[in-house]
Design a protein around this ligand. Structure first.
Ligand code: WQD
Length: 351
């Protein structure tokens, strides 16, 4: 059984990916310092898979502490690197914290791949690297515009660091550019646990619908789009998770032709903010209390994926539609309200 090391395994996408890896026959360990997550999600992983996953509560910015994990696990076949700060707004007010955390952790991990001869590396990248694209849908070859935030810059730099490092040795890497991951595992045993007031659309919708937030704003309805609100490519987190398993399979089966390859992970469908709200209302039966507010600085107007490459080369097919995304997101919000064991994690505030 091949062992995969997942960093950020206690986080939203990390935990969903661990479920998929375990269900596909891999052994998994996690490194997560729980600065932005809690081990509760790994308890949910165990509930779904009946498998316990060991988490090393280690800060990847400490090279020595990171090395110690690899010294104890010399049979790691691949690393999937999720651990990073990802709040776009926070990155604007705390750029040094973002550059230090997101880049130092990546450099330390890449040093470990050399030190311990780890052959494969999957990097959690983002459609943010495209900035405001000139042409949509974006393919993996769409030129990158300047990042709209320090967060986006750490993803662009992360891809550059991996590319430059990969050409010095034998490491094989895949960069996965997520569009907008939303929803929760169909078992509703794991989901997104926003820290503090959610910046992202879908948790803002579900927290408003359940009354955790009194209301929410649509950030602008005067954009040059079909209904004036921004367009995004929302994709179910479990579809994103399965793409990681397929990427690991692809590398372990020796199919990666070059040192580094890139794949867009989106549905290929653009959905406006107002359409997303209507889909939520239809699925939940809840009339959402929202108002139209001013545009949010840094917002991309319109972006969605051309996902042909991931479908063709990784054999990826998308299982969940927008209604599934909204329904599982809503059911998870209801679970967060009713399940006391999750409340401690809910009280986490951004540090
Ligand atoms: C989506 C749309 C908002 C909240 C995210 C992550 C980023 C990266 C890319 C992974 C925008 C609008 C939102 C609200 C609103 N993910 N909105 N009211 O900005 O595309 O970026 O995906 O790497 O980490 O932040 O997602 O959910 O913040 O916004 O109107 O209360 O919803 O203006 O148009 P975004 P988002």
């Amino acid at each position: 059984m091949q062992k995969i090391l997942v960093t950020g395994g206690c986080g939203y996408i990390g935990a969903h990916t661990i479920v998929d890896l375990l269900e596909n026959g891999y052994e998994v360990i996690s490194i997560d310092n729980n600065s932005r997550s809690t081990p509760q999600l790994l308890a949910g992983v165990e509930k779904i898979t009946a498998k316990k996953v060991k988490n090393y509560k280690v800060d990847l910015c400490s090279y020595d502490d990171t090395v110690a994990v690899f010294q104890e696990n010399r049979d790691v076949a691949a690393i999937i690197h999720f651990a990073a700060y990802k709040a776009v707004g926070e990155s604007v007010s705390e750029p040094l914290m973002y550059f230090e955390n997101n880049l130092q952790s990546l450099v330390n991990l890449l040093k470990c791949t050399k030190e311990f001869n780890i052959p494969h590396f999957v990097f959690s990248s983002s459609c943010t690297v495209y900035g405001n694209p000139d042409h949509i849908p974006v393919t993996e070859l769409t030129p990158q515009q300047p990042a709209e935030s320090p967060y986006g810059a750490t993803k662009q730099m992360g891809e550059r660091i991996i590319n430059d490092f990969a050409h010095t040795g034998s490491l094989k890497s895949i960069l996965l550019r997520y569009f907008n991951p939303v929803g929760a595992h169909p078992s509703i045993a794991i989901g997104e646990v926003p820290l503090g007031r959610p910046a992202n659309l879908v948790p803002a919708i579900t927290q408003t619908a359940i009354g955790k937030l009194p209301t929410m704003q649509v950030y602008g309805d005067d954009y040059p789009t079909r209904d004036g609100s921004c367009v995004r490519d929302y994709i179910h987190v479990s579809d994103i998770a399965h793409a990681h398993t397929l990427a690991v399979n692809y590398m372990l089966d020796g199919k990666l032709k070059s040192n580094v390859d890139v794949f867009n992970l989106g549905t290929g469908n653009g959905v406006t903010v107002l359409e997303a709200i209507k889909a939520f209302e239809a699925v939940s039966g809840v009339k959402l209390n929202y108002s139209i507010g001013p545009r949010r600085p840094g917002d991309v107007v319109d972006i969605y994926a051309n996902n042909d490459k991931a479908i063709k080369e990784l054999g990826w097919n998308i299982k969940y539609n927008l209604d599934d995304m909204m329904r599982t997101a809503w059911e998870w919000e209801l679970r967060l309200r009713d399940d006391k064991t999750l409340h401690t994690s809910q009280n986490f505030q951004l540090n």
